[in-house]
Design a protein around this ligand. Structure first.
Ligand code: KG4
Ligand code: ZN
Length: 362
């Protein structure tokens, strides 16, 4: 099976022939299994995708960064080295298959931390070489968008996806599994960074996004922060960060326990401001494009207030809204496997010359 695929791949100039050959093989073969590997930041993850459905998704988180207030790249790559083989083993076991059942290896090529990416890419290349399997390179941000296809309720094309993570804030026009266009981007910090940097100012652990989400439940949004005025569909969070810093400095100057005494309300106010910025832009994007199928993806889409606001806004605007399950919001290999599966169907394979990229065109 792999030999036929590789042979077909070598004839890739004849793409019509290639895609039809692969589709014929898929029709003849009962199941297609893709092993997916994600290691772009501080989560080591492996998943098995069977015929486009995630059957297991195993992630090892790295607590080692907690004490440093952010991801330490050198520590992250060392931790990936320790985690990657056990995580792959665990995912094969959970899927109830062995490595010889796998038809292709999908992996994150970028963007991300170079040292972290090198671990995943090297393991993917080694497995592909030893087992004579085709490899599929995946763009991490495409995969976040395709996390929507891990769910039963799949959005129709075209749809708009607000992808909000620790490194990116984007509004993406999604025309197909491999056809996507960025309509808006953050000009400075990402939404996840706004949460994490606020957390650092408040003395919270990293990543602060989920902690702020939790503390906000007991708080009220009583401290207003000005919304940045950014043209078009782009975002900016650095102004908000500066406003928060000045606000905290002023509060501490008059009361040294200001943060401690107001922590829940400060968290709720910051969270409300970030979510308002995001929701207002996606409303604008829907009005400009006329698209009413709206999804959110990426780590920040795990935020309870953002999820609630998207549903409420969708109800009032007549949208159909889509939110991936929590497990597929933050970094995970399941979404890499889904993106890999659709590239597999298109016959889009990488070769042994592939290298990771810390920055990567969308
Ligand atoms: O997508 P992701 O796991 O990794 C990147 O590709 O960056 O996103 C991580 C980001 C972090 O900034 C984290 O604080 C944020 O997602 N995050 C949250 C929540 N859960 C994760 N932010 C707000 N509320 C949450 N519940
Ligand atoms: Zn991510």
């Amino acid at each position: 099976m792999h030999k036929i695929l590789l042979l077909a791949y070598r004839w890739q100039n004849y793409s019509f022939f290639l895609i039809n050959t692969i589709n014929l093989i898929i029709l003849l073969k009962k199941n297609t299994y893709i092993l997916a590997i994600e290691s772009s930041c501080d989560d080591t993850s492996a998943a098995v995708v069977k015929d486009g459905i995630v059957i297991c998704n195993i992630t090892a988180n790295q607590d080692v960064h907690r004490q440093y207030g952010g991801v330490v790249p050198e520590l992250a790559s060392r931790q990936h080295l320790l985690n990657i083989i056990p995580v792959i083993d665990a995912s094969l076991q959970a899927a109830g298959i062995t490595i010889s059942d796998i038809d292709a290896i999908a992996f994150t090529k970028g963007p991300g931390l170079l040292g972290s990416l090198i671990v995943g890419v090297s393991v993917a290349k080694a497995l592909a070489l030893c087992l004579d399997l085709p490899m599929i390179e995946v763009h991490h941000m495409h995969a976040h968008v395709l996390a929507h296809f891990t769910s039963e309720q799949k959005p129709p094309f075209p749809f708009l996806c607000l992808t909000v993570s620790g490194g990116h804030t984007q509004i993406v026009l999604v025309n197909g599994y491999t056809e996507m266009e960025v309509l808006g981007n953050s000009l400075d910090d990402a939404a996840g960074e706004a949460f994490d940097k606020t957390g650092k100012m408040l003395g919270l652990d990293y990543p602060a996004g989920p902690i702020i989400d939790q503390l906000s439940i007991q708080g009220s949004a009583i401290f207003p922060f000005p919304e940045p005025q950014v043209a078009g569909l782009n975002f900016s969070f650095s102004g908000l960060k500066t406003s928060i810093l000045h606000f905290l400095q002023k509060g501490i100057a008059s009361n040294p326990d200001f943060i401690k005494e107001n922590l829940n309300d400060i968290c709720c106010s910051v969270q409300t401001s970030i979510v308002d910025i995001l929701i207002n832009k996606i409303i604008k994007a829907s009005k400009i494009t006329g698209i009413k199928s709206i999804g959110i993806a990426g780590g920040v889409s795990a935020n309870s207030h953002l999820r609630k606001r998207l549903i409420e806004t969708g109800n009032s605007m007549g949208w159909k809204t889509y939110i991936p399950a929590f497990e597929f919001c933050t970094d995970n290999a399941g979404m890499i496997g889904i993106a890999g599966y659709y590239k597999y169907l298109n016959g889009e394979f990488a070769n042994q010359m592939v290298t990771p990229l810390s920055r990567m065109a969308f």
